[in-house]
Design a protein around this ligand. Sequence first.
Ligand SMILES: [Zn+2]
Length: 199
Amino acid sequence: MSCEALTSSDVEAILRSCGAFLDGHFVLSSGMHSAHYIEKFRVLERPDITAALCAEFVRRFCNEGIDVVLGAAVGGIILAYETARQLGCKAMFTEREGGLMKLRRGFAIHVGMNVLVVEDIVTTGSSLKEVISVAKSHGANIVGAAVIVDRGKEPLQLDVRFEALLRLPLDAYEPNECPLCKLGIPLQVPGSRHLSGQQ
Ligand SMILES: [Zn+2]
């Protein structure tokens, strides 16, 4: 495990190298248009890259006596597992049941356990906050939350320590106000065949 810190620009370069950080003209799931898109699965399909990014989570939290790394299904399963593997602790994940975020599958977080919550990308942080409250409801001591990219307009505010490896405030436009549309740049729908074969 490397002990050298990753800077924001290192993280951006890593995301670009695996095709996770795309420049262009994209329709987001919200219907808004943006000049950037981050496809987290280009990271998560690469164990080498995932391990390098999780090593930075580990570098920032390795002195916290972490018992459990917790993520939300699906992306958070991979990040929690790899971070926990490097820390030598347990990895668990939450998932939705009837719309509610829960700890299932016999995962047991006990009172006073030190829990690190990990997530790939946050925008509003609502999912991350849900995971934190699930862990708190089991009596966990949340040592912090770590994400690869914070896309919020303002840095996410939590009542626990928060670390984002890269701040990339979302630049999104209503379709009828989109400068990229006005320039006639072809619109791409992430995840569609239109993008496959890129990078
Ligand atoms: Zn547009």
